[in-house]
Design a protein around this ligand. Structure first.
Ligand SMILES: O=P(O)(O)OC[C@H]1O[C@H](OP(=O)(O)OP(=O)(O)O)[C@H](O)[C@@H]1O
Ligand SMILES: O=c1cc[nH]c(=O)[nH]1
Ligand SMILES: [Mg+2]
Length: 211
């Protein structure tokens, strides 16, 4: 597994406002959207392309286009849904699948309550969207499902990661074609499994609800 931390002052600036407890839901959603677009630029560095012959007003030349099958983007509901538009702005022709997952507040174990994506992902590049990589349990289950369906290149975009979650993914997904792109790796998890300093519950902050 590879991890890429986006080291850029604009990313750090937007992330700081996102973390601030005074940031309201509309601003949180807008900043998450802007951050995803910056992360998506890094995350799609290896998106598959093929040569294409084009003619400019001046001459014939060779350009590139995204290969078929198109990449699949999979937001993990709820909070990952707030990252979808920022991602598809850069990859407008991507196919979109959905995974609904929830982490038990006591045990911190993830469970999947909805799955809507192609059964056969053979040879597909997949971009998974989830703002928080905390214990890593959610992303390990999600990515194993994608690989079981045949995905051969998986990139997870996360706004924030905890070292414990990165370590779990490195252990559980060793030898798999997985990359994590994140805006920051924070200090640690607290007793409740929240990222410190973190930004709180991403889903609640995004949608203005509790739980
Ligand atoms: O790395 P982990 O320890 O598994 O935790 C991360 C997960 O927790 C949050 O989802 P949550 O369960 O709060 O669901 P929500 O998006 O509906 O709020 C977050 O959006 C991740 O999916
Ligand atoms: O800090 C955390 C950890 C898990 N999920 C969140 O939304 N925030
Ligand atoms: Mg939540």
């Amino acid at each position: 597994m590879r991890i890429h931390v986006a080291d850029h002052p604009l990313v750090a600036h937007k992330l700081s406002t996102l973390r601030d407890e005074r940031t309201d839901s509309p601003t949180f959603r807008r900043l998450a959207d802007e951050l995803v677009t910056l992360l998506a630029y890094e995350a799609t560095r290896d998106v598959r392309t093929e040569p294409v012959e084009i003619t400019t007003p001046v001459t014939a030349t060779t350009g590139v286009r995204l290969t078929h099958p198109r990449p699949l983007v999979v937001p993990i509901l709820r909070a990952g849904l707030g990252m979808l538009e920022g991602m598809t702005r850069l990859l407008p022709t991507a196919e979109v699948g959905f995974l609904g997952m929830i982490r038990d507040e006591e045990t911190l174990q993830p469970s999947t309550y909805a799955t809507r994506m192609p059964d056969d992902l053979s040879g597909r590049q997949v971009y998974v969207l989830d703002p928080m990589l905390a214990t890593g349990g959610t992303l390990v289950v999600a990515i194993n499902e994608l690989i079981a369906r045949g995905a051969d290149d998986v990139t997870a975009l996360c706004l924030l990661a905890a070292p414990e979650g990165v370590a779990l993914m490195e252990r559980e997904l060793a030898g798999t074609p997985v990359t994590v792109v994140t805006a920051a790796v924070d200090e640690r998890l607290n007793e409740a499994g929240f990222i410190v300093p973190g930004l709180g519950d991403a889903g609640d902050r995004m949608y203005g609800t509790a739980g």
